[in-house]
Design a protein around this ligand. Structure first.
Ligand code: GLY
Length: 422
């Protein structure tokens, strides 16, 4: 099977790593890819939102399947164009993708279909947005409506910060993505990431993990795309997973199909596990990053049949995925200044070392210079992942590898997995 994998982050490197192990694979081409993905197949310099470029590449390599990593490709309508061309695609259409690409759409969708979530309001003017804050106690949750690369969410501890976040977003900080803001209730509980696949009709749970969204240890600092993840996460008890499946995930797949946009791909249900049960925080229409890295290390089954079945149909014929009976952790190494203004061009030494079969280093915002050195080219730079019989051992393995990597100008959290280890 020839597969075109779209994207260039740690999530896509992890997908490439897993796809490359499949006996079903003929040729793997990644676009635009990263240095780690180059070691697993070919990479081509076609950007994830260059839809016609990707269509041309899929045709050129006679792709049997296009696997879409990032939400930007979905927002740009890659799945829709591939469908017009008759090329199978793992990833939802632009219409189904609104579950992530518009937070206002997603909250209204949850409300009209009775998916448990929190109260919210949507505003394109600052004065009514600020007045709506009267409905809540701090902390306040302010979100840019559109895609903002993980930076569009502010959890403001006090009213002044909340009002500043509203002014910031509506004032153009995120461009059109912030032309509307969503203000929503802060949900008390423990955050969890649950994943499911769907082929338009049948759905299947596909693992879970717990991310760490704040930049610094102790859950301090700004919100990020995610600084580390681990699984299994105790918060995802069988009861919680079952409640999320029946109250959030399956109703969402049914409802989006009923609205005319059957879902094909991975749905990432970010939820708050409250005393009353799981509550939707947001949907994402792709695998999580860095959650995907953890899932790929834990997944024992071949991933390709699952990706292919989502695209073509046939998920009902596949068995439940098999997961390793091990703990997996992923720690993100970020460049100083992330998430606001990451420093690029920082040299990273030692990341290519062999850390043993239990440790895998995925590349994210990194490029290889002509002399072979790796330098930072984005905010989240490397993902150091490890597996072991226990989370504590997996964490020791990951941090031992990190300590052997020389990345002056980078930072990472030392407390990934703290909730499970507390
Ligand atoms: N780790 C959260 C995300 O992928 O959005």
């Amino acid at each position: 099977m020839n597969i075109l994998l779209v994207g260039s982050g740690g999530r896509e490197h992890a997908l490439a790593w897993k796809i490359a192990q499949s006996p079903l694979l003929g040729r793997l081409v990644s676009a635009p890819g990263n240095p780690g993905m180059a070691a697993l197949g070919e990479i081509r310099p076609v950007k994830a939102d260059d839809i016609e470029g990707l269509i041309g590449l899929a045709r050129e390599i006679d792709a049997d399947l296009v696997v879409v990593g990032p939400e930007t490709s979905i927002a740009a309508g890659l799945a829709d164009r591939l469908a017009e061309e008759g090329i199978s695609c793992f990833g939802p259409t632009r219409a189904a993708g609104q579950l992530e690409t518009s937070k206002a759409f997603a909250k209204a969708f949850a409300e009209r279909h009775g998916l448990p979530s929190g109260r919210f309001g949507v505003f394109d003017q600052a004065a009514p947005a600020k007045a709506f804050l009267d409905n809540f106690e701090p902390p306040y949750v302010i979100k840019a409506d559109g895609l903002a690369a993980g930076k569009g969410v502010v959890i403001a501890p006090a009213r002044a910060e909340a009002e500043a976040a509203i002014d910031d977003a509506l004032g153009g900080r995120f461009g059109v993505a912030g032309a509307r803001v969503v203000i929503e209730a802060f949900l008390e509980g423990e955050i969890a990431s649950l994943f499911a696949l769907c082929d338009g009709e049948t759905s299947l749970l596909f693992g879970g993990a717990q991310d760490h969204k704040r930049a610094f240890d102790g859950d301090q600092g700004p919100n990020t795309g995610g600084m580390g993840a681990y699984a299994p996460a105790p918060v995802l008890s069988p009861g919680t997973v079952e409640a999320a499946r029946t109250q959030l995930i399956e109703p969402a797949f049914k409802a989006i199909a009923a609205e005319g946009a059957p879902y094909r791909g991975a749905l990432f249900c970010e939820m708050m596990v409250t005393e009353e049960g799981p509550r939707l925080v947001e949907f994402n229409v792709r695998f999580g990053d860095p959650e995907c890295q953890v899932l790929m290390l834990r997944l024992e089954s071949d991933i390709v049949p699952y990706l292919d079945a989502c695209a073509r149909g046939g998920l009902a014929k596949l068995p439940q995925p098999v997961w390793r009976d091990e703990a997996v952790i992923c720690v993100v190494l970020a460049a100083d200044g992330y998430p606001d203004a990451p420093v690029t061009g920082l040299v990273i030494a030692g990341a290519d070392a062999d850390f043993g079969e239990h440790v895998v280093v995925f590349h994210a915002g990194v490029r290889r210079e002509p002399d072979g050195s790796l330098v930072s080219s984005g905010g989240r730079v490397l993902n150091v992942c490890a597996r072991a019989p226990t989370l504590r051992q997996a964490r020791e393995r990951a941090y031992a590898a990190i300590d052997a990597i020389d990345f002056p100008g980078g930072f990472h959290r030392r407390d990934i997995g703290w909730r499970a280890l507390a």
